[in-house]
Write a protein that binds this ligand. Structure first.
Ligand SMILES: NC(=O)c1ccc[n+]([C@@H]2O[C@H](COP(=O)([O-])OP(=O)(O)OC[C@H]3O[C@@H](n4cnc5c(N)ncnc54)[C@H](OP(=O)(O)O)[C@@H]3O)[C@@H](O)[C@H]2O)c1
Length: 278
């Protein structure tokens, strides 16, 4: 039976990947920063935990011992993403692991978004250590806007009319489980985008239909975001996300759904589907 070490298994993406793997009978060891958060990984089926610190590499050697594969993701907009990728992929390579999947992002080479460029650099570092690594490049998740849809207000600091091809996190996790456990994906990079092109204004309309209550789309000023949701972030994270909003404002974030469709063997889940399941 395959055993996979999932990095960031207590977070949004790591939990979805853990759930997808364990639902297929794969054994997951959850790499966690703190044992106090382990329950979040056990709740989605992890068999055991390994305590690691991505910022120093502490615990990584022990964590990769005895596993067949590693799913690596970096904490969101982390300034040391490249060094973290170096630590994790370097440790996996020294342990002789060849099955390694890196969770990147759609359009990592876009120069207008510093945190995307760090992902492009991290991809390179991963491939240097593990040439057969598989790279997933997901679009923005449907799940990012679900809570706001339920509250009835999609408030974003960028244009309401630019296009997005958001992807369902559960589809990303299903693809992750496939490439971790089946042959034929070594050394390949996959863009993962959803099946529809929708602006935030259109997403609000769909959400109102599906949820049966009003959902407004509101453009907030960047200064309002900085003083509100952005206030608790580090200045570097605020700058990264402000650059991302400016990039979204110019052209949204759009990818091609064909790869996800092929890897899933079905139509990727729509925004309406994500709302219905939430
Ligand atoms: N959201 C999207 O639409 C989207 C789309 C494409 C790609 N991505 C990428 O997906 C990745 C994951 O995003 P996410 O939203 O799932 O992140 P998240 O929920 O913030 O999870 C980050 C994980 O990393 C762990 N972590 C943080 N610092 C650590 C450290 N020093 N040592 C060990 N573990 C540490 C966290 O542990 P704790 O639970 O202890 O904090 C958590 O498990 C990001 O790189 C993001 O860029 C996101």
């Amino acid at each position: 039976m395959t055993t996979v070490l999932v990095i960031g298994a207590t977070g949004k993406t790591g939990r979805a990947v853990t759930r997808a793997l364990t639902s297929q009978g794969v054994t997951v060891i959850a790499a966690v920063r703190s044992p106090e958060r382990a329950e979040r990984a056990y709740a989605v089926g992890a068999r055991s935990i390994s305590v690691i610190d991505l910022s120093t590499g502490q615990g990584l050697d022990e964590a990769v011992t005895g596993v067949d594969a590693v799913y690596h993701l970096a904490p969101n907009v982390h300034p040391d993403e490249v060094a973290i990728a170096d630590r994790v992929a370097g440790t996996a390579a020294r342990a002789g692991l060849s099955r390694f999947v890196f969770h990147s992002v759609l359009h990592p080479h876009d120069p207008s978004m510093p945190h995307h460029l760090r992902k492009a650099e991290a991809e390179k570092v991963v491939r240097t250590h593990v040439p057969g690594a598989t790279v997933l490049r997901p679009a923005a998740y449907h799940q990012n806007l679900l809570d706001a849809a339920h509250v009835g207000r999609l408030a974003v600091p960028y244009s309401l009319d630019v296009p997005f091809t958001n992807v369902d996190l559960d589809d990303v996790a299903e693809v992750a489980a496939t490439v971790l456990t089946r042959p034929g994906h070594e050394g390949v990079t996959y863009d993962l985008a959803g099946p529809e092109v929708l602006s935030v204004r259109e997403q609000a309309r769909v959400a109102a239909d599906v949820l049966g209550h009003p959902v407004e789309a509101v453009r907030v000023e960047l200064a309002e975001w900085v003083a509100g949701p952005g206030a608790s972030l580090t200045s570097q994270a605020r700058d990264d996300l402000s650059a991302m909003f400016a990039s979204y404002d110019r052209g949204g974030l759009v990818g091609d759904a064909r790869t996800a469709r092929r890897l899933l063997g079905r139509e990727p889940r729509s925004w309406a589907d994500a709302l219905t399941r939430s």
